[in-house]
Write a protein that binds this ligand. Structure first.
Ligand code: ATP
Ligand code: MG
Length: 425
């Protein structure tokens, strides 16, 4: 007999189950985040939940928290090293390259995705080990309008949900022309600070990420650090200015944030993050940027690209923090309550017909009595109940009951579908 640890039947730490009714909100949020992409030329892509570890160590960066601390890795029985995907961009680019999407002659390749991501983090409100993102990548074009497009689509997605207390932080990280000189200047500055061993190592591997340090003691010392703004080359300056102009023209408010470098190594030029002020310290609801060098880092041709990922879990929390209730369509519009066996068969047929006609309908299963069945009808959230007993059937009608007003009217059996379609407007 196998014995299981006591917690074998609870969800693993840092995860949670999505169940009705909350799952309906989650699904609606996911759909709302994707909706602007779907009407902007982005095609849906789905990649595996795991990849070769190397894709992430190369693509996300050996020095990032994601790769060094947060990745779930496993060795298969055949000896292959895999990792549960911690983020989407590397996988999407890998798939696009492997399928030669970039050679179909239509750049940029615009893709969107939605799914589960895994990071071994310290669980807390808004920070989970399994979470959900909706993401978008535009691969193979260097055009400030493309950066602006993606940012505008994210803003429109948040707004469509009714969110208001979010802010957009914007920065440029420069490119391979100007970043190296800045990197050196920054390293010079950072080496003079009082920092722990790990952070000192980071200065040598990826000094820009020290700017991303969230600890107060470090942040204080960073005042006066050389600013990337003063080191951007002319091309990067012009590019960034264009992005800013396009956003302004679209009515998108942003804050220039010098210190926004983001946690991933692959970003160049435009980087951005959406912050929600109602979420405490897990305040980033989404973020992204341009990654012109990533394709080459994972063995592809030069393909300048830009993308973002929005966190579904945190967006749901942000809605809650703002007290926004989404208007969700009723899961069940009509609930059928049969009284007796003959009525069961007739109403079951009717429910099938309603569903086929596009009306959300449910049925009192399990031979419930009238009182219990009416309770279920009310709990289902349905506006209408269809009740029928033998006498109704003999007359060829069912009773259509409006559960809000309590009004009840007999409706001819063959007119029920039309009547309900008309009543729900
Ligand atoms: P943070 O700084 O909060 O760790 P991040 O920069 O690591 O965020 P990204 O890699 O940019 O996050 O992922 C995009 C979005 O995915 C984030 O803005 C956030 O909304 C969401 N996200 C990232 N990690 C988690 C997590 N562990 N739990 C829930 N949502 C997450
Ligand atoms: Mg993180």
């Amino acid at each position: 007999m196998t014995t299981y640890p006591v917690n074998a039947f609870t969800a693993p730490k840092g995860t949670y189950d999505l169940t009705p009714p909350d799952s309906a909100t989650f699904l609606a949020v996911r759909e709302a985040l994707a909706a602007p992409l779907r009407r902007s030329g982005y095609g849906y892509i789905e990649t595996p939940g795991f990849e070769h570890v190397e894709l992430f160590s190369r693509g996300v960066g050996e020095s990032t928290d994601i790769v060094t601390k947060e990745m779930y890795t496993l060795t298969t029985k055949g000896g292959t090293e895999l990792a549960l995907r911690p983020e989407g961009t590397a996988s999407v680019l890998r798939a696009a390259l492997e399928r030669n999407l970039h050679k179909a002659g239509n750049l940029p390749v615009k893709l969107w995705y939605s799914g589960s991501y895994y990071r071994y983090e310290r669980p807390q409100a808004g920070r989970y080990r399994h979470f959900s993102q909706v993401g978008a990548e535009a691969i193979g074009a260097e055009d400030p309008a493309l950066d602006a497009e993606l940012i505008i689509l994210a803003v429109d997605a948040y707004r469509s949900l009714g969110l208001r207390d979010f802010r957009l932080l914007l920065n440029s990280l420069g490119d391979k022309e100007c970043r190296p000189a800045y990197r050196e200047a920054l390293q010079g500055f950072l080496r003079g600070l009082d920092l722990d061993e790990e952070t000192r190592r980071r200065i040598e591997i990826n000094p820009l990420r020290v700017l991303d340090d969230k600890r107060e003691a470090v942040r204080k010392q960073l005042v006066g650090a050389p600013a990337l703004r003063d080191h951007l080359c002319e091309a990067c300056k012009v590019y960034h200015e264009r992005v800013r102009q396009l956003l302004t023209a679209a009515g998108v408010v942003f804050e220039d944030d010098e210190k926004l470098v983001r946690g991933l190594d692959y970003y160049t030029r435009t980087t951005f993050e959406f912050i929600h002020d109602g979420l405490g310290s897990q305040s980033a609801v989404g973020g992204g940027g341009r990654y012109d060098g990533l394709s080459e880092m994972i063995g592809g041709p030069a393909l300048p690209s830009v993308g973002w990922a929005l966190g579904v879990d945190r967006t749901v929390l942000a809605l809650r923090a703002e007290g926004v209730e989404l208007e969700l369509p009723a899961a069940t519009e009509v609930y059928a309550v049969p009284l007796g066996d003959a009525a069961r068969d007739v109403l079951f047929d009717l429910v099938t017909a309603l569903r086929r006609a596009g009306v959300a309908a449910d049925f009192a299963f399990g031979g419930k009595g009238l009182k219990n069945a009416m309770k279920s009808a009310n709990r289902s959230g349905a506006r209408f109940a269809l009740v029928a007993g033998e006498r109704d059937l003999a007359e060829g009608v069912v009773q259509l009951k409006d559960l809000e007003s309590g009004d009840q009217t007999p409706v001819a059996l063959d007119a029920v579908v039309e009547e309900l379609r008309a009543r729900r407007g």
